[in-house]
Design a protein. Structure first.
Length: 297
């Protein structure tokens, strides 16, 4: 694998690290199976692309995309909390609706950003080669988000989110408004996904209506893979594990598709993804069976 291919995989992995954080919040913190991300990811990309093409400052456009993702997540939680729709079904309904909403926002299936000023433009023509500069910029953005998420999850609000996902009855008995916590937590999770979609569109130079297909699988693979490789005893370690899992996942995909010995091609991407997710799920169980403690028992 060439250096440029490696840096490109790192760049994509950092962006999907934000998706992994969103999936971690919904699946692990709130225990809310959320497929909204397949719609909120292209929603963020579309909102950012339309705003940038319309002359809006790219950082403001990125914030708008983040807010749009938050609205999508809040809607999913509202359907579950207020209307009593099962959480998985609520997320599927919003995901389906977002396909039409995204088309309405974009006006067409694809919007090109080539030649437009984006958040990436600031480093593309700098003294550092673009294939180094872009991952460095994204690493800074992702690091800031990781710190903010870790601090938030350790705050009183974060504790209420964790209590809601762990045991809603116990949380309510301790004065936690579990409905509001679910709505705000899902808004936060999908805000991160919307942010990832906005950065991905600006990184790739276009926003496409189909770019959200399979994003939930990537997020789950990152979270599960990160948990299999790193300790998640604390919230901080879990946040780090999610991002590291996303980066390693994209690097593994890039290596598999660029290794001539293996002989895989672009059409084998879903196959490689399925294999990696399977390995990530089975690995912790295998490690537990092989551990000295389990043998002693």
């Amino acid at each position: 694998m060439s250096l440029i291919a490696f840096m490109g995989a790192l760049e994509t992995g950092l962006i999907f690290g934000l998706v992994a954080l969103g999936v971690y919040i919904s699946f692990r913190i709130l225990d809310f199976p959320d497929l909204t991300v397949d719609g909120s990811f292209p929603l963020g990309a579309g909102v950012a692309a339309v705003a940038i093409v319309s002359g809006v400052d790219p950082w403001i456009a990125t914030f708008m995309a983040t807010f749009a993702g938050a609205l999508a997540g809040a809607l999913t939680a509202w359907l579950n909390v207020k209307l009593g729709i099962m959480n998985l079904l609520a997320s599927i309904l919003v995901m389906i609706a977002l396909y039409s909403i995204n088309l309405r926002i974009m006006g067409k299936p694809n919007i090109a950003l080539l030649g437009e000023t984006t958040v990436i433009s600031a480093v593309e023509n700098g003294p550092i080669a673009y294939y180094f500069a872009i991952p460095m910029l994204l690493a800074v953005i992702v690091a800031v988000v990781m710190v903010l998420v870790a601090l938030l999850l350790q705050s009183e609000f974060g504790l209420s989110l964790r209590a809601t996902g762990s045991n809603q009855r116990m949380a309510r008995s301790n004065g936690v408004n579990t409905g509001l916590a679910t709505i705000l937590g899902m808004a936060l999770a999908n805000a991160l996904v919307g942010l990832a979609g906005a950065l991905f569109a600006q990184s790739q130079g276009s926003a496409d209506i189909t770019m959200g297909v399979g994003v939930i699988v990537i997020g789950l693979a990152a979270v599960i893979g990160g948990e299999a490789l790193l300790s998640t005893r604390t919230v901080v370690l879990a946040v780090i594990a999610a991002v590291v899992g996303a980066v390693l996942y994209r690097l593994a995909i890039a290596f598999a598709l660029n290794a001539d010995v293996i002989g895989l091609k672009a059409q084998d991407l879903n196959l490689v993804t399925a294999l990696l997710v399977t390995i990530a799920i089975v690995l912790p169980r295998f490690k537990k069976q092989r551990s000295p403690k389990s043998k002693a028992v």
